[in-house]
Design a protein around this ligand. Structure first.
Ligand code: PLP
Length: 341
């Protein structure tokens, strides 16, 4: 960031808000009589969740070597994307910047908030063209740059994150939904150097807990406190908070998941070679492949006929399908079918 302070980037109405924190979550009680929130005294899961997600944050803080006050937790990182746009982008006035192609949700939430979306077309290797970025970086209506690394749906990581942090006058969100598959360093290590940085991570991909809907934002205390102010107080339910805490206690769980997926990724890559309808397999740092096909219509229809679901990316990315790494049985079905075409 060149000159702005964070405050000058925040919408005026957001700066005026007081966070809603339930009295119960602000204080310590030993065995309270709980008659303050109109819950039922009976039943399982009858109480509202901890709106401050204290236990979860303290465990994650240890795990990621940050302060609990540098963590916001969302109903998936999707919710955090939505909230970040609402905090910094004035409807009908401000805009977001994103890579193209990249994760569609940035544009989706920007559209809901009536913000323009400026897309930076990636080059033939799906890299950002720095000169094109510099041409727009000073536009003061651009409040957020969403950098997706590794990028969905292209699979490659963004190099030189610091270049964008240094040359953009707004907030830089580094979406690391797939970082664990890449073996690269997380942007979290740069938090103390760049006040305009937000790093998003999630339990949905490498951790294998998409159903619980839990995502994290790591940023400066100032930004985190803004996110905590605008979020729905009970945005992460009791069952999900408990499940994530339990999972974090299982030593080695992530590593186990990860090595299985990476092993399958290697297996798939080997078997893609020599398949006639595949013209290119793009390099991947994630748990999916972007694959260029000959006769994509026919191939996709054949796969669908066998109830093999994949994600068509054409015509935005001509001839391309995104296929994620499954278990061995699923991967074998896919490979056998592709071989038969
Ligand atoms: C899957 C994905 C997410 C994760 O979203 P959740 O809401 O946490 O499940 C975020 N960003 C990108 C780029 C993704 O592909």
């Amino acid at each position: 960031m060149k000159n702005n302070s964070i405050k000058t980037l925040v919408r005026e109405n957001i700066l005026q808000l007081q966070p809603y924190i339930s009295f119960r979550d602000q204080n310590e009680f030993s065995s309270p009589v709980i008659l303050d929130a109109n819950e039922s005294p009976f039943g399982e899961c009858n109480r509202y969740p901890d709106s401050t997600q204290k236990k979860l944050k303290s465990r994650l803080a240890e795990f990621k070597n940050v302060l609990p006050s540098q963590i916001a937790i969302g109903n998936g990182s999707d919710e955090l994307i939505d909230l970040i746009i609402k905090i910094f982008c004035e409807p009908k006035k401000d805009a977001i910047l994103m890579m193209n192609p990249s994760f569609a949700m940035y544009g989706f939430y920007a559209a809901i908030n009536e913000n323009r979306v400026l897309k930076l077309d990636l080059d033939e290797n799906f890299e950002i063209v720095k000169d094109n970025f510099l041409k727009v970086a000073d536009d003061s209506s651009l409040k957020i740059f969403f950098l997706c690394s590794p990028n969905n749906p292209t699979g490659n990581s963004v190099d030189d994150i610091e270049f964008y942090l240094q040359n953009f006058n707004g907030i830089v969100v580094v979406d690391e939904a797939y970082i664990e598959f890449s073996g690269r360093k997380s942007g979290i290590e740069l938090l103390n150097k760049y006040p305009n940085l937000i790093v998003l991570q999630t339990f949905s991909k490498a951790w294998g807990i998409a159903g619980a809907r839990v995502g994290m934002a790591y940023a400066s205390e100032e930004i985190i406190s803004l996110i905590n102010t605008v979020k729905a107080p009970y945005n992460v339910n009791v069952l999900s908070q408990e499940l994530i805490l339990k999972t974090l206690e299982k030593e080695g769980r992530l590593q186990e998941n990860l090595s299985r997926i990476l092993q399958e990724r290697t297996w798939m890559k080997q078997h893609f070679e020599g398949i006639a309808c595949i013209t290119k397999v793009f390099p991947t740092d994630a748990n999916f492949f972007l694959i260029k096909m000959e006769n994509i219509d026919a191939v996709y229809t054949r796969m669908l006929g066998e109830e093999i679901l994949t994600s068509r990316r054409d015509p935005a990315i001509p001839g391309c399908i995104r296929i994620n790494v499954g278990n061995r049985e699923e991967n074998e079905k896919l490979i056998n079918l592709l071989k038969s075409i």
